[in-house]
Design a protein around this ligand. Sequence first.
Ligand code: ZN
Ligand code: ZN
Length: 376
Amino acid sequence: MAETMPAIRKMSAQKGLELQEIPIPKPGPHDVLIYVEAASICGTDLHIWNWDDWSANRIKPPLTLGHEFCGTIVETGEAVEHAHPGDYVSAESHVTCGMCYQCRTGQAHMCPKTSILGVDREGCFAPYVVVPEQVVWQNNRDKLTPEVASIQEPFGNAVFVAMNQDLSGQSVAVMGCGPIGLFTIGIARAVGAKAVFATDLNPYRKELAKKMGAHAVFDPREDGDVVERMLDGNGGYGVDVVLEMSGAPPAITSSFQVVRNGGQVVLFGIPPGKVEIDVAEKMIFKNLTVSALNGRRIFGTWYQTRWLLETGVVNVDPLITKTIRMDEVNDAMDLLTSGQACKIVMLPNEGKPHELSGKKKERRADPNITAGPMHH
Ligand SMILES: [Zn+2]
Ligand SMILES: [Zn+2]
């Protein structure tokens, strides 16, 4: 195997990314080395590319980006027990400590010591990545293409939001049709929501929302009073469940207007600053249930994600805009910025499967074993 590889890295505290040759990482005793087949670009990567305030505070260059991927394990550390060379895997991007109160009570997604791939530690925008065995997730090669397997991580965010409450037979509003909002529309339909309304300002995304099964899609700037239209669509009562996926302050305000008395609002989109809200009128007197969610359940959400994607109950193909080579990453960031793309998937090994990928294994990987002892 070669000694070095190209990687997409943030080299200094400014806009842009560079393709740099770095040593292929070596797995530690509890780690696996993965040949990356597909890695999808996330809004987080766009923030880091842009070098906004959040990135400037969080990211310590030099750093290889990328946290959504799939690939083939090519090497395992000597203490690794459940993962094997040849396994087709993805990974939970949040590496958690396993020992804090949250980790030990089944809430690892809130671990205060979380270290995120491509944010706090070396990421997957490279032909190889090293991750701890603890975060490895086994995929079925015959059921998920690399493109789809790579987006399980962000899809899991949508699953977490949609499955937070029972949507069957409910009217649902999805505020904001970025990739995770769009996934959420498909999941809401799949679990039997009776009506799914969506909002977005971007015609390209509105079109995708329809493809994902939204019954009606509104642009707050063009379609008049969206609040009124949603109330009309629900006998004047308002919608049962609002999923706020945009983080845009006007959409957050609307969320508390369109929800019916006794309904539910889930806040997932991250606003750029403080948001004012009339707690008495819009929350207490309406008897609302309000949730604020971040991340995914580790690994409960991954099992639900597997079911939704492997069975085709939710078809995400319309949301995978294109695949790219590593050297096209800056163009991909421009395209994402233009709003004319949803998920862009990078093929760091140019779509070539690893020689271990097709190899018959004596022991088929147990799809239920996904993590080290800390997460069982
Ligand atoms: Zn992401
Ligand atoms: Zn922890």
